[in-house]
Design a protein around this ligand. Structure first.
Ligand SMILES: Cc1ncc(COP(=O)(O)O)c(C=O)c1O
Length: 317
């Protein structure tokens, strides 16, 4: 017994086999379908490195998560950006899968789809996502980035990992950085068919996830009560901030993530500066082509209250 314990201490899970075993069970897939990353950012970059080369088309949506264009640029790919849905649509700022499909051709190596998206919080209709997967060539890798999946629930947000058997070109990425609250330990992963995972695992650095992070991620997976708590607090916070926006007469994008994209109705820079003076840090998103918006994270009720009070002051000034 003592010898066995010593072995555990001497040989921690440095290859992530134990975490992969737990994740495989959670997603009902073979461990060979998994690729671990130093955050899901790492996995997104690995996908670009493994599947796109100089000049290869990579398709994303306007307002999509900023790492996709960066990953495409890293391999000198040809970035094709589909315009997002208009402000008058049912899903303002959301991915327009018709426009994205129109940019995909036989040469397209990768499509990055964020569901829900950061910084908009918008999500996709599952039927439309399925049709998109049917429409595009099966030689194009479709990455569905579900970094915020754990905040969503219900029929409107089915588990896309379950579609894996039908779409061998589908890759789903997840992270421990958001609902699990472990952004600092840097663990994310991809679920894909084993051939794709094999390629990703060849490209990654051998020990890209450290053993402290692997242990932390495993512990987090056993704490369902925490996830339930986070989901409830977040849903309440979204309602609280949406109600405040309605009171202020400010439009916000529909969100099922842990933030709200708010149209300040003016240049958001000075609003951001004023909020800072009240010790509230919001996220300017001018770099996404949204100079009038701020992305505001949902916190516990007292944090949301502090933001609302600070905004009341800004708007009264
Ligand atoms: C949509 C989306 N995907 C992926 C990531 C990367 O997160 P991490 O590398 O911490 O897993 C983020 C982080 O902000 C994100 O918003």
């Amino acid at each position: 017994m003592r010898q066995a314990l010593d072995q555990v201490e001497l040989y921690p899970d440095s290859n992530g086999f134990e975490l992969k075993a737990v994740l495989a069970k959670r997603h009902a897939v073979d461990p060979a379908c998994l690729t671990l990353g130093n955050g899901s950012n790492d996995v997104l970059v690995l996908l670009a490195e493994a599947f796109a080369s100089a000049g290869d088309p990579v398709v994303i949506s306007q307002y999509a998560f900023a790492v996709y264009p960066i990953a495409a640029q890293m391999v000198d790919a040809e970035l094709r950006v589909a315009r997002a849905l208009g402000v008058d649509s049912e899903m303002p700022y959301g991915h327009d899968l018709d426009a994205m499909a129109a940019l995909v051709d036989r040469n397209t190596k990768l499509v990055f789809i964020a569901n829900p998206n950061n910084p908009t919080g918008t999500w996709l209709d599952p039927q439309r996502l399925r049709r998109f997967l049917d429409e595009v060539p099966d030689t194009t890798i479709i990455v569905v980035d579900e970094a915020y999946q754990e905040f969503t629930a219900g029929d409107a947000h089915p588990d896309v990992v379950e579609w894996m058997g039908e779409y061998p070109n589908l890759v789903v990425t997840r992270t421990f950085s958001k609902a699990f609250g472990l952004a600092g330990i840097r663990v994310g992963y991809a679920v894909s068919n084993p051939e794709i995972a094999d390629l990703l695992n060849r490209v990654r650095q051998p020990f890209n996830v450290n053993c402290v992070a692997l242990a932390g991620a495993r512990a987090a997976l056993s704490d369902q009560a925490w996830l339930d708590h986070v989901r409830t607090v977040n849903a309440e916070g979204l309602t609280q901030l949406r109600e405040a926006c309605a009171r202020w007469g400010l439009a916000c994008a529909p969100s099922v993530a842990n933030f709200l994209l708010i149209d300040m109705g003016r240049d958001a820079g000075p609003v951001y500066e004023s909020l800072l003076r009240s010790a509230v840090i919001a996220r300017p998103v001018a770099n996404y082509g949204l100079p009038r918006h701020l992305r505001v994270s949902i916190g516990a009720a007292r944090h949301n209250d502090a933001f609302i009070r600070a905004m009341d002051g800004v708007l009264a000034a």
